[in-house]
Design a protein around this ligand. Sequence first.
Ligand SMILES: Cc1ncc(COP(=O)(O)O)c(C=O)c1O
Length: 406
Amino acid sequence: MRHRSPSAIDTTRIQTPAFVIEEDVLRHNLGILKRVKDETGCKMFQALKTWSTWPLFSITKEYLDGTEASSLNEARLGFDEFNHEVHMFAPAYSEREFPEIMNYSSTIIYNSFVQWEKFKPMVDEYARKTGKHIECGLRINPEWMSTDEHGGLWSPCAPGSRLGIRISEFKEALAKDPNALDGISGLHFHIFFDKTFANLKEALGAVEEKFGAYFPQMKWVNFGGGQKMTDDDYDVEGLIRLVNEFQKRYGVTVHMEPGAAIVKNAGVLVATVLDVVNRDDVEFKIAILDMSFNAHMPDFLLSPDLDMPVTGATIVRDEADLKNHAHLYRLAGGTCVSGDQLGHYHAFDRELKPGDKIVMEDAIQYNLVQCTMFNGVQHPDIVLWKNGSGELVRRFSYEDYRARMG
Ligand SMILES: Cc1ncc(COP(=O)(O)O)c(C=O)c1O
C-alpha cells in the first residue's frame, strides 16, 4: 500500500481530551522508512524529541534501528525502552551529566570542536574501563537555508544559529590541530523541517560542496530529520537512489533521524466544545475546548502561521474573508492565557454546540512531547486505536500534576 488510508478512528467512542494514535497508519509510515533502509542499507533512528510514547516502541522497533536522543533523559528512555543503539546530540554537554550520557549512548555527536576536545579524554577513559566503544561525531552547519522556514524559527542554519560547525570554523580547527578529527567516525547535519525530496537534493549539494572533502574519512554521515518521507507524494524511489549513490561515492553509511515522518497523520487530538462565546465586535465565534493550545500545542502559539487541520472544517486566514462563512470559529483553550487559541479560523459546515467533538488532525508530532500541566489543565489521554477500537495507553491523574509541582 503506497498511499495512507484515511483515518478509521471512531471519535464518538473517545473520551476527551485524548491523543489517539492509529496503529495502521503508524505501521504504514514505518513500512516506508523500513523500505528505504532495506533498499539502501542506511540506518534510521527514531527522533525522540518529536514523539516518544515509549509503550509503543514495541511497534517502532520492529522497523527502525534505534533512537536519536537530545538529553540525558531521552538517552535513558531510548536505552531502557527501545534498544542500546542510542545516538545522542545536544548543543552542549555538562560535565555532571556526561558520565551518565556515556552509559546510555552508542554514539555521541558534538556541536563544536571545543566540546569534542573537552569530552574526548572521558570517552577514551570510559572505553578503557568498561570496554564499551562509543562512536563520536561532529554536527556541521552548511549555512544553507530554505526560503520557507517560518521566519527562521525552525531553521538550524538561520544566521547566528548556535547549531553545527561552519566550514570556516571546521578548517580553522584543522589548521590549528591537523589531528582534530582523530576519533571522529561521522558528521551530522540537521538543517530543516517538513521538507521535500527536491529540498533535500538542493541542500545536500550545499553540504557536499562545503564538507564533501571530509566524507571519505568518515564511517557514516547523518542526514538528520526534517524529511516528509512518508507523505504520499514524497519521491521515495528518488531518496533510495540518492542514498545509494551517496554511500557509494563516499564509502559511508547514511544515517537518518526521522521524527515527524513516523507519526505524520498517524494520530489526532480529540477535544470537546465546552462553550461557545459570541462577541459582537468580531466576525467569528469562539469555541472553548476541553484542552489548551499553550499547554498541549505550544508550537502553534510560537508559530501562528502553522495550520491545524480539523475534520469537517476548512482553514480561513484571510481577515477580509471572515464575513463570508456562516459558521466561522476560532478554536480556543481552557487556560487563563488570553492567547490560548489558534492564530487562524475554521469554517465548519454546521453550528458548533457544547458537547460537539473537535478532531485536530496530524496532532501527534511535537505536541505530546511538549505538553505541560499549566493551570493544572488535564493532560489528554494517550490512546492507541487498533482493530476498530481504542486501547487506553495512559490516563493522567491529579497525582501526576501534584508530582510535578513539588
Ligand atoms: C538533530 C535532530 N534530528 C532529528 C530531528 C527530527 O526532525 P523531524 O521531526 O522534522 O523529522 C530533529 C528535530 O528538530 C533534530 O533537531
